[in-house]
Design a protein around this ligand. Structure first.
Ligand SMILES: [Zn+2]
Ligand SMILES: [Zn+2]
Length: 330
């Protein structure tokens, strides 16, 4: 696979794609119906590779990896343990698979890797002086338990009527529509959570830990301080307000739980064969890790454009970022 077809190393040796970061046409004005259709059904696009598989995964998790609803009526450590074990299983499978493929087996070596260096194994900035161990520790010791705690709260609330439930047979349209609502909540919730974490006091006590990863790998995704986990997963609480089925809550919770893996691979593309490489499209978040103050969100809602923090990867965007810094006297 020839990576020079898609980009080149910049003057400092970082690989950068030629293609500029874009949000797709979902919020373009005036509307672009043709582009919208192409984006919606295309690959990569709205439905694939992520939104449909995450929705299907939520249905499967509900059917096969979650006890029946009435179990949650009374609080018990045994079912909490089942949800916790199931989330550990999901996390280890997803983060582990990306890490194994790209960082242990190094299937494509540094092809399409933004930063050519491998994770640090002797940097004092990291817990245990090792980036991967640090990232796994924060993910497994704090991330998965806090993700589980939110899920447990919601499952108990559905079972006891504190969160309003809808039923797919009584309200099929609402049931389907909520699958379109989940990615939107995920993105917008992430933007505001993340933006607040860059407020200097919160940054210093919490988010700084995630930003140790200037050169992220898959396990960096959910490597956060417990305060950040509490804020990051809080968008699950929206289901106290919006009537839904537990499947939608699981859809949001499991996305929040495992999607950071694909957002932090550190690679622009995953090579699938001699001629194909899948665009993982997370250059926006990679640039966030490199420059800190750009691209708080990525995906389909152009929040960074609206709030003036967008960096599309171009030299012009770099100049604009430097000018903003100068104005602030940084
Ligand atoms: Zn990140
Ligand atoms: Zn950040």
């Amino acid at each position: 696979m020839d990576e020079s077809k898609f980009g080149a190393e910049d003057s400092r040796g970082y690989w950068a794609p030629d293609k500029r970061i874009s949000y797709g046409p979902a919020f373009a004005w005036p509307p672009q119906p043709r582009a919208l259709l192409k984006w919606f059904f295309g690959f990569p696009g709205y439905l694939f590779p992520w939104n449909v598989p995450y929705a299907i995964a939520a249905v499967l998790i509900w059917l096969y990896l979650t006890p029946p609803l009435e179990t949650f009526e009374t609080f018990s450590l045994s079912w909490v343990g089942i949800i916790l074990a199931r989330n550990y299983f999901l996390a280890v499978c997803v983060y582990g698979a990306w890490h194994l493929w790209l960082y242990i087996w190094r299937k494509q070596d540094t092809q399409f890797k933004y930063n050519r260096n491998w994770p640090s194994t002797d940097a004092t900035a990291f817990t245990f002086n090792n980036q991967t161990y640090d990232n796994m520790f924060w993910t497994l010791a704090s991330g998965v338990p806090i993700w589980t705690a939110y899920e447990v709260l919601l499952l108990w609330s559905y079972a006891n009527g504190y969160a309003t439930m809808i039923n797919p047979t009584d309200n099929p349209v609402g049931f389907i529509a909520l699958f379109f609502f989940v990615p939107f909540v995920h993105e917008v919730g992430f933007y505001f959570a993340h933006r607040s974490l860059h407020w200097p006091p919160l940054y210093r006590i919490a988010h700084k830990l995630h930003h140790r990863n200037v050169n992220p790998g898959p396990w960096s995704g959910l490597s956060m301080h417990p305060i950040e986990h509490l804020i990051y997963f809080a968008s699950i609480l929206i289901f106290f307000i919006v009537p839904s089925h537990p499947i939608h809550m699981i859809n949001l919770a499991s996305r929040l739980g495992v999607a950071p893996a694909q957002g932090h691979t550190g690679f622009d593309r995953v090579v699938m064969g001699e001629e194909t490489a899948m665009d993982t499209s997370y250059y926006a978040h990679y640039l966030h890790h490199r420059y800190f103050e750009v691209n708080y969100a990525d995906g389909m809602v152009p929040l960074d454009k609206w709030f003036g923090s967008f960096h599309d990867g171009s030299p012009e965007a770099d100049e604009a970022m430097k000018a903003r810094r100068l104005r602030r006297g940084v």
